[in-house]
Design a protein around this ligand. Structure first.
Ligand code: NAP
Ligand code: 8YV
Length: 322
């Protein structure tokens, strides 16, 4: 399709690059010696942008530089790095990768929860250091007779809930609206939910609406016996307050897959015994990343061939309203 040119905004998996190159003229912004000069000279030819976490924001100022832009394909279900509302108002569709990663992220969330409460990385380090010879590893916390509040009972939150039920956890949730046909207790107030549960599982979208929604007050309500698990975005948590509360013992423990300024992680966390730190690996299996990558390609191809996007985000419905 010669007149449908695609610009990839940063490194992507070969499956995406090759899938797009098989159909379109593809440019790679990160390989351009002079990005600004490339955009100035060729921006008008670009119909599709393909981006993902770590490629930089695709905000209105960036999108304006491509006057014939029609679609932005995001590698990931979370699209807080894209100004989707502006795109929708300007006839640009944004696609993401929902559903294909839901089970993988839910598995990781439960794994991180168990690793944090049962201190699996610390136990592994204990064996490797030869310390078992000196005596047994200290007893740990437990999931038995515990309750968990889920912030964001959407696709992934619901999949986590299904797993957590099998583990015997008592469940509650907070979101902007109560969900129909859900038997767990709904809390309109996040701080009240945090006060009542042992574990807070964070899995709502990033962006301005949720910035630091897990505030100091929420973490103080969770308390010294509480555990915070964040598999959503670092921006949802007041990170400086979290570090301070974990250090002082006013927050019991945390399992974190995401951070405010990834890949930079507050170094104060490195020395803490009550945290488990992961490098944003919720969806990072070969199986699931391949599904996500294929969905990125399929969205762009379906749109370019006139069949519409497969998974447009709610801010850019298809067909467009009005
Ligand atoms: P989803 O199906 O859209 O669910 C999002 C949930 O969050 C909904 O229940 C929504 O309910 C709630 N929510 C939205 N805004 C809220 C607000 N301001 N306050 C409270 N609750 C709010 O999304 P998903 O597919 O489950 O994905 C969730 C997020 O997980 C993604 O956006 C992404 O950031 C993150 N994620 C992380 C990884 C990882 O590798 N760690 C992987 C995949 C996804 P209401 O609309 O009723 O509020
Ligand atoms: C991705 C994610 O790994 O889907 C999301 O929102 O956070 C992860 O699944 C990430 O966006 C790609 O780097």
């Amino acid at each position: 399709m010669p007149d449908f040119e695609v610009l990839i905004t940063g490194p992507v998996m070969p499956l995406i690059r090759e899938g797009l190159e098989a159909r379109f003229t593809v440019h790679k912004l990160h390989e351009m010696p002079d990005k600004e000069a490339f955009i100035a000279a060729h921006g008008a030819r670009i119909r599709a942008l393909v981006g993902g976490a770590g490629h930089g924001r695709i905000d209105s100022a960036f999108m304006r530089r491509f006057p014939n832009l029609r679609i932005v394909g995001n590698f990931g279900v979370g699209y807080d790095g894209i100004d989707a509302a502006w795109a929708g108002q300007n006839g640009i569709v944004v696609t993401n990768t929902p559903d294909v990663l839901t089970d993988e992220v839910a598995d990781l969330a439960m794994g991180l929860l168990i690793a944090t409460i049962r201190r699996l990385p610390q136990a592994d380090a204990y064996v490797r250091a030869g310390r078992w010879l000196d005596g047994a590893f200290p007893l740990t916390g437990s999931l038995r007779e515990k309750s968990m509040g889920i912030l964001g009972l959407g696709r992934i939150g619901s999949a986590i809930a299904a797993r957590a039920q099998a583990f015997g956890l008592e469940l509650a949730y907070h979101s902007r609206t109560p969900k129909p046909d859900v038997s767990f207790r709904y809390y309109a107030s996040l701080v009240e939910m945090a006060r009542d549960v042992d574990i807070l599982m964070v899995i709502a979208p990033g962006g301005e609406a949720t910035r630091r929604i897990v505030s100091r007050a929420v973490m103080e309500a969770l308390g010294p016996a509480g555990t915070l698990i964040n598999v959503a975005r670092g921006t949802l948590v007041d990170e400086p307050a979290m570090v301070e509360l974990l250090r002082s013992g006013k927050l019991g423990a945390a399992g974190l897959d995401v951070f405010e300024d990834e890949p930079r992680v507050p170094e104060a966390l490195f020395g803490l015994e009550n945290v488990v730190l992961l490098p944003h690996v919720g969806s990072a299996s070969h199986y699931t990343r391949n599904k996500m990558g294929q969905l990125v390609v399929d969205n762009i191809a379906s749109f370019a061939e006139g069949r519409g996007p497969l998974t447009p985000v709610p801010e850019t419905p298809w067909p467009p309203i009005g």
